[in-house]
Design a protein around this ligand. Structure first.
Ligand code: FES
Length: 103
């Protein structure tokens, strides 16, 4: 069952800049596109100590800063090697200017 947790205020999530947050002990990155916010796992599946939010964001694609695997931050899909696994995707709800993530 989904449990909702406040992750951030909406005004702290800037378009074009990943926002790393920790929700229930999980490293998650928030990505804003206009009124939409997407939440995906922030650790690269290739080496789980590397934060993707430190990488390069181009539109919906984040590039890992270590070995340049790319991921779609809306779907979590891995786009190229060496990473092989998709990112976990979390539900997002925006209420009264706050961003809630479902885990
Ligand atoms: S640590 Fe991300 S691609 Fe290797």
């Amino acid at each position: 069952m989904t449990q909702w947790h406040r992750a951030s205020s909406l005004e702290d999530v800037w378009e074009g800049t990943p926002l790393p947050v920790t929700v229930e002990g999980r490293p998650i990155a928030l990505y804003r596109f206009g009124d939409r916010v997407h939440a995906v796992g922030d650790l690269c599946p290739h080496q789980k100590d590397v934060k993707l939010s430190d990488g390069y964001l181009d539109g919906e694609t984040i590039e890992c800063p270590m070995h340049q695997s790319c991921f779609n931050v809306c779907t979590g899909e891995v786009l190229n090697a060496p990473a092989r696994e998709n990112l976990p995707v979390f539900e997002v709800r925006i209420e009264d200017g706050d961003v809630f993530v479902g885990v």
